[in-house]
Design a protein around this ligand. Structure first.
Ligand code: G6P
Length: 603
């Protein structure tokens, strides 16, 4: 995970910055760099690999400056190269900055800045911030930073200096920690981590979300931005990118959403997941004996799959609750239990109330949340962001696959803290890495799925069946169809079919069977035969290469092969497209289904 440090004061910045970086190096890094300013020209030195490589480059140069920035980088956007290492600068070498976090809308910002003539030298998301500040800079650094951060979506801790406004260090924060250390007679040091300021500072100030600190030689002051309201407006204005509906756009951008959720979080050779947001609670998580997951709607379905993942690979007994039930019954929370809440919006009232109840009982709370800086983020002790940008369609799609991918990462993280072997960890990590490409393959079948939707759009009743990892996918497939097309469908666990729902089956009843080639495939084939034996119609979601299934069902949609634990991330995609096309054929408002809301902030 990246670490930032900045210094403005009477001493030489170089050793202070290097010591700060050394103290932040435990966060994990693969390159480093510093920029120093002595009032004339900024000097920037970067190195790949260990901090010693940076120190060796600095040796003998006798670099001095009263102002400077330093950074240890954990690669996310772009490989481990000097060009991608921080600090980053603008076109003129005026603005210099270091960043910890992820700028989610970096692509759009880069494209528009490039059109305006800005030249980029790295592949990073961070460099867009330097150019954005350049665009607004007219001699006053904090004013330019204020304007720039309003356009940024994502998480950031930034330390920034400008050659043309030289007696200042500006720092800004949203959802990434940032602390200002004050040394009475020496100067100011800002850092991601209080340990980095400890040798110099007697007092510290923790910057809050949406605050900008302006530090000069004598004092500092803090500007507060009302950023979240701006984000909402920006999200509503987001273009549909040529798609007829946000829902289709969001389904189609799932490979990119997955890439963003996974960026910088997998360590393939060690079979590990690196989750910066859990760093502060990592020791507590090592000790937990039980996990309780709470969520609502689609996020609850993600939680159900999380249970299968956690119990099989992390060995942690896991229970999943609908948040509204958790808050009103009397859940028994044993010692060493952690509460994991999953929410796209971070604002769902029931989920929030469940967290507050758990906190009151002294339980560690962790979130998987998409909306940066939302209420659930502020309430929980630690968390993992989805980093998938806004989801506008009321029906959750890309947030669901991202939640599943993060649950798989969390399983690796907790599993490798316990008994999950290196080899198994490596295998899962390698398969997680392939997910964006596999989802892209499924999306190529959109036209075929549309034909299947056309064929079945007039059915009035149906059910989705699945087992094990795909049992919750049956629930999610049915929910998607209900909310988008207003057709009635139930999600049924395969084993329960003959305990009731089978009575519904006749030639006018549709069954969608989620049956990848996994450990319960044969059981699913039995379920399909039970339906076919009563003249029901069956669509199968099966693994590519399974030709036999064609003989027993009416239609097949194929998904690529992956580890069993990851199959739900693939099998849900054709079901999202199926629901979407049925909804469009029926003339429904797929982006805003009747009676529903995207973010349910009341009970
Ligand atoms: C609403 C949305 C669903 C979502 C649920 C939970 O009902 O329409 O799509 O799954 O809330 O929302 P959250 O933001 O907590 O994930």
């Amino acid at each position: 995970m990246c670490g930032i440090v900045g210094y403005l004061g009477k001493k030489n910045a170089t050793p202070i910055l290097l010591e700060g970086l050394r103290r932040e190096s435990y966060r994990g890094y693969d390159s480093s760099g510093i920029v120093l300013f002595n009032g004339e020209e900024p000097t920037c030195i970067k190195a790949v690999g260990k901090l010693e490589n940076l120190e060796n480059k600095l040796n003998g140069q006798n670099l001095k400056g009263f102002l400077g920035l330093g950074h240890v980088r954990w690669a996310t956007h772009g490989g481990v190269t000097e060009a991608n290492a921080h600090p980053h600068s603008d076109c003129k070498g005026n603005i210099w900055l270091v960043h910890n976090g992820i700028i989610e809308n970096h692509k759009e910002l880069r494209e528009s800045l490039e059109k305006e003539g800005h030249k980029f030298v790295s592949e990073t998301d961070t460099e867009v911030v330097a150019h954005l500040i350049e665009k607004f800079f007219d001699g006053n650094l904090e004013e330019a930073v204020r304007k720039a951060v309003r356009l940024i979506r994502g998480a950031y801790a930034l330390a920034i200096i400008a050659k043309d406004d030289p007696q200042k260090l500006v720092a800004a924060r949203l959802s990434s920690p940032l602390v200002i250390g004050i040394s009475a007679n020496d100067g100011y040091i800002v850092a991601s981590d209080a340990t980095a300021v400890a040798p110099y500072a007697k007092q510290v100030v923790n910057l809050e979300d949406n605050e900008i600190a302006v530090i000069n030689h004598n004092d500092f002051y803090i500007l507060k931005e009302k950023q979240p309201e701006d984000l909402e407006i920006e999200a509503e204005d987001t273009q549909r990118g040529g798609y007829p509906h946000y829902m289709l756009k969001e389904i189609m951008e799932q490979p990119e959403a997955l890439e963003n959720s996974l960026k910088g979080r997998l360590i393939l050779d060690q079979g590990l997941a690196q989750l910066g947001g859990l760093q502060n609670v990592s020791d507590q998580l090592r000790k937990i004996k039980r996990l309780r997951i709470v969520a609502c709607g689609t996020a609850y379905h993600a939680g159900l799959i999380g249970k299968y993942m956690m119990e099989e690979y992390a060995g942690i007994p896991t229970e999943v609750d609908i948040a509204s039930e958790f808050r009103y019954r009397k859940p028994i929370l044993e010692e060493n239990t952690a509460l994991l809440c999953i929410s796209q919006s971070g604002e769902t009232a029931d989920t929030l109330a469940a967290i507050q109840e758990a906190k009151r009982r002294g339980v560690l709370t962790v979130g998987i949340v998409n909306a940066v800086g939302s209420s659930i983020v502020r309430e929980t002790d630690a968390g993992i962001y989805n980093h998938i940008g806004p989801e506008i369609g009321v029906a959750a799609t890309k947030s669901f696959v991202s939640q599943l991918a993060i649950l798989a990462l969390l399983t690796l993280y907790l599993g490798r803290q316990r008994n999950l072997s290196l080899v198994k960890g490596q295998r899962i990590a390698a398969d997680i890495q392939k997910l964006p490409g596999l989802v892209a393959e499924i999306l190529k079948q959109n036209d075929t799925i549309k034909e299947v939707a056309d064929k079945y759009k007039d059915f009035q009743n149906g059910c989705f069946i699945g087992r094990k990892y795909n049992a919750p996918i049956a629930l999610e497939g049915a929910l998607k169809l209900k909310e988008i097309s207003y057709l009635h469908a139930e999600g049924v666990v395969g084993g329960e079919l003959k305990h009731g729902p089978l009575a519904l089956v006749d030639e006018n009843f549709l069954t969608v069977a989620v049956c990848p080639s996994d450990s319960v495939y044969e059981k699913m084939v039995s379920n399909i035969q039970q339906v076919k034996g009563r003249n029901g119609k069956v669509i199968a979601i099966a693994t590519k290469g399974n030709e036999d299934i064609k003989k027993i069902v009416d239609d097949v949609i194929y998904i690529p092969k992956t580890s069993e634990i990851l199959t739900p991330i693939l099998s849900v995609v054709p079901l999202q497209l199926f629901a979407y096309h049925v909804g469009v054929f029926k003339g429904c408002d797929v982006d805003k289904p009747r009676n529903l809301a995207k973010s349910v902030t009341v009970e």
